[in-house]
Structures are given as C-alpha cells and as structure tokens.
Design a protein. Structure first.
Length: 229
C-alpha cells in the first residue's frame, strides 16, 4: 500500500510534469524527475542551469514517514559533490513534507547552481559539454529515463569523456559493466558523505551494518519486500 507522503510526492511530480510540458525550450525547465519503475522511493533527477547549460544527473532515495531519509547520489562530474558517492540531504526533508516537491527541488538545484563556482578550472562551455556528453555516454539510466533529453553528441565528445573518466577514476575506459556495478546501488549508505550529523547518530537507518557491503537501508528494503509477500 502506498503511503500518504508517497502519494503526495507522486501527485506533485505529475503536476510538475504537466507544468514542464508547457515549455518547448529546454532552457526554461530547471529540473526533470522520474520515479524508478519498481521502487517509488528511488527517483531519477536531472538538474539544468540555463545560464551555463550545465546538466547534473543523479538518483534520490526518499524514505517514508517512519524512515525519513533523503539520500542523493550524483552521477555527473561536478564541483559540489564527488561522483558516485551518497550524500545525505535529510535536513531538507522538512521542506519536502511541509512545502512540497517543487520547493524541495529548488533547494537541491541551489546546492549546485546558486553560487558562482569561480574556483573551477573549466569554463562554462567545457563544463556544459562534459556533463552533456558524460550523461549520454556513461549513464545508461539517463538515456532510459530521459529519452526526450538525449539529443546528439558532437565530434570529440567520446575522447573528452574518456580522458576525464581515466583522470578521475584511474580505470580503463570502455568497461561499462564495471561502471554499472558502481552505480547499481545508487541509493545505499555504504559510502555516505556530507551526512546530517545528529540525524545520522540517532537514526539506525543511516548506520552501517556489520555485514560488509550491505547497508541498513538495504536490509529495510528486503524486510519491506518480504512483508508484501
């Protein structure tokens, strides 16, 4: 049975989707959001900055009333959070519950784009080109959930993504299966960073278990599935 917060989230998402269809130009749409097919607690999110044309793709885990965790995993290189690391945004849960989805997304968008990243070594053009190409070459789920955003790559994009991938990860490019394994559990707490300290200390949902590689969040999901059976 779908909980009341999840119903409200779905309602807000449908309203946002209808609102976005009013715009023919993508520059007018700051965020795109779609739920995971098999799990309404996992959401695929694209944030877009019309000023720089930089695009950030990530996954959100949004918990329940009893387990009010919000975890973000960025899957696009950016200057705010490391790629493919889980970050707690649970401090924004009150905004999501009290004010709704759009004010919450505005807060998340602001984390990446509200401040000028003057210390970046890349120009806005280079960042825009890298994020665009990265999402379409590296992130398979991006193309699956947002086919309307895919567009066309430019000559040299593959080489640019390959160079950035190798310099940042030290792994061989052209091994999509290895990368897919890294992001397959995008909303677990195994590598949680930037956590809300007090919440993390007091809530077992965000504590690691003694079973290496398995988070309490995963255990909770397994228990929920067994209960449904």
């Amino acid at each position: 049975m779908i909980s009341l917060p999840t119903r409200r989230l779905l309602r807000d998402w449908k309203n946002l989707s209808r609102y976005n269809t009013q715009y023919s130009e993508r520059a007018n749409v700051l965020y795109h959001l779609k739920p995971q097919d098999s799990n309404l607690h996992v959401w695929h999110l694209v944030l877009y900055d019309p000023g720089t044309s930089v695009e950030i793709y990530g996954k959100l885990f949004i918990g329940t009333e009893d387990e009010p965790a919000i975890i973000l995993r960025c899957l696009t290189p950016n200057e705010v959070y490391p790629t493919n690391r889980s970050v707690s945004l649970t401090h924004l849960n009150c905004i999501l519950l009290d004010r709704g989805l759009v004010p919450f997304l505005q807060q998340v968008w602001g984390l990446f784009f509200a401040k000028d990243r003057g210390d970046s070594d890349m120009t806005d053009y280079d960042r825009s080109r890298l994020t665009f190409a990265w999402n379409r070459i590296i992130n398979r789920d991006f193309k699956r959930f947002f086919p309307e955003l895919v567009g066309n790559l430019a000559p040299g994009d593959y080489q640019m993504v390959k160079a950035h991938y190798q310099s940042s990860s030290g792994t061989h490019f052209g091994e999509p299966s290895a990368h897919e394994n890294q992001v397959s559990h995008a909303c677990t707490t195994n590598s949680l960073i930037a956590c809300d300290g007090g919440y993390h200390a007091g809530n077992p949902l965000l504590k690691r278990t003694s079973d290496a590689g398995t988070s309490e969040m995963e255990h909770t999901e397994h228990r929920r599935k067994r209960a449904r059976k």
